[in-house]
Design a protein around this ligand. Structure first.
Ligand code: PEP
Ligand code: MN
Length: 262
């Protein structure tokens, strides 16, 4: 069902005033984790001013270490929703438990399925049973074929509102946290009719190359870019090293816009 052979026209997903997959690329921005109302309000104000309409923020955080901040859970979803409503933004956040999917629809405009859960098939089935758009991340070591099969799990249950996002894969290269597979963008666009986005933060894991990677993604045909922004990255409870502060975010945006690709 996700194959371009089955459906020639691009799937277009509507989120309020914006559409994803219609040819006009979008930016999803926000902190790695939802931490407080203050943090979310400060971020929302900057996004709003910059013309960004979709805010991210993790409430259920899949962390490598069980001793690291695990997220605020449902409380975090509440904060995200409340602040987004205040500023007129759409929301996106990761859900990790199939039993939370239905509940998540009350809080989120887009449900994210994270890289570590790309092949959590019960989670994919639950995501297929609702009608809230899904942002599916590529697994850490998933082939594009496996990625598309995971999307098929969701679409085959009736939820056609699926966006794919490349977020870097494991390779031997240590200069970046993961290796951004730019070729995934045109290949996924050729193979599938679903919107394709690129997460520049988690793929690179370094702030100094976010703008060129975002431009490369858009030049390759991506329908959008995800980037992490935090009021004070040094004190962030997750991904402190790679989130942009507000000034850096504005420079990033200006740089990407100057390319004419956004
Ligand atoms: C995230 O976007 O918050 C995240 C954890 O990303 P990934 O699943 O790609 O590692
Ligand atoms: Mn993060």
């Amino acid at each position: 069902l996700v194959s371009r052979k089955k459906q020639q026209e691009d799937t277009v997903i509507t989120l309020g005033d914006i559409t994803v997959g219609s040819g006009k690329p979008m930016i999803i921005a926000g902190p790695c984790s939802v931490e407080s109302y203050d943090q979310m309000r400060k971020t929302a104000a900057v996004l709003k001013e910059a013309g960004i309409t979709v805010m991210r923020g993790g409430a259920f955080k899949p962390r490598t270490s069980p001793y690291d901040f695990q997220g605020l859970g449902i409380e975090g979803l509440k904060m995200l929703k409340e602040v987004a409503a205040e500023f007129g933004l759409k929301t996106i956040s990761e859900i990790v438990d199939p039993s939370h999917i239905e509940l998540a629809c009350d809080y989120l405009d887009v449900i994210q399925i994270g890289a570590r859960n790309m092949q959590n098939f019960e989670l994919l089935k639950a995501a297929g049973d609702v009608r809230t758009p899904i942002l599916l991340k590529r697994g850490l070591a998933a082939t594009l074929d496996e990625f598309l099969h995971s999307a098929e799990y969701i679409v085959s249950r009736g939820n056609t509102q699926v966006m794919l996002i490349e977020r870097g894969i494991r390779t031997y290269e240590k200069a970046t946290r993961n290796t951004l597979d730019i070729s995934a963008v045109p290949i996924l666009k050729l193979e599938s009719h679903l919107p394709v986005l690129v997460d520049v933060t988690h793929s690179t894991g370094r702030k100094d190359i976010l703008a060129p990677c975002a431009k490369a993604a858009l030049a390759a045909g991506a329908d959008g870019v995800m980037v992490e922004v935090h009021p004070d990255p040094a004190t962030a409870l997750s991904d402190a090293a790679q989130q942009l502060n507000f000034e850096e975010f504005k420079l990033f945006l200006a740089d990407v816009k100057q390319s004419g690709l956004l």
